[in-house]
Design a protein. Sequence first.
Length: 205
Amino acid sequence: MLDGLLAEGHSRTHATQLIIERAVANASGASTVVLVEGLSDQIALETLALRRGRVLEDEEVAVVPMGGATNIRRFLTLFGEVRFAGLYDVAEERHFARSLQWVGLDTSAGLSRIGFFACQRDLEDELIRALGVARVEQVIDAEGEAASYRRLQREPFHRGGTPDRQLHRFLSSHSGRKYRYARLLVEALDPARIPRPLSDLLAHL
């Protein structure tokens, strides 16, 4: 979807905003709205659902990227009487908890009890740890980007970094790559090594 909008001449920022607006519109009539920080989270969750034979839209579940954790309060007010769930980075937990309390949800037993699950750093970090450095590098190589990754590794700022940090930087270095690899890495996962936040969220839905 992003590539199509970019091909139409939209800037990356505008294309991302259009995707968010469409996700909000498509959530009309959903019984459950899953709030995620960004488009890569949406892609990863929907890809994993498909791997498990589930089409979330058919289950009246809408996954809505918010364009950043700080937007959660606005998104919590956009929908009517729905059940909320979500995925977030652990650094944003206090912000998420306050926002969920603000709309009357009880967070006293922890956010996971009401369907919100935390990534320890972010989703990319979870995927790298689940797959392992060597497997992620294989995926990058299959995409024809091994040379780009090696160039990043040789840059002075990244040369002394651990392989997992170098991979994280490579995957996050621009949004188009981040979105593309969200799908590719989830497709490459061993079924026994699904990152817990994604697995727990799907089980909750």
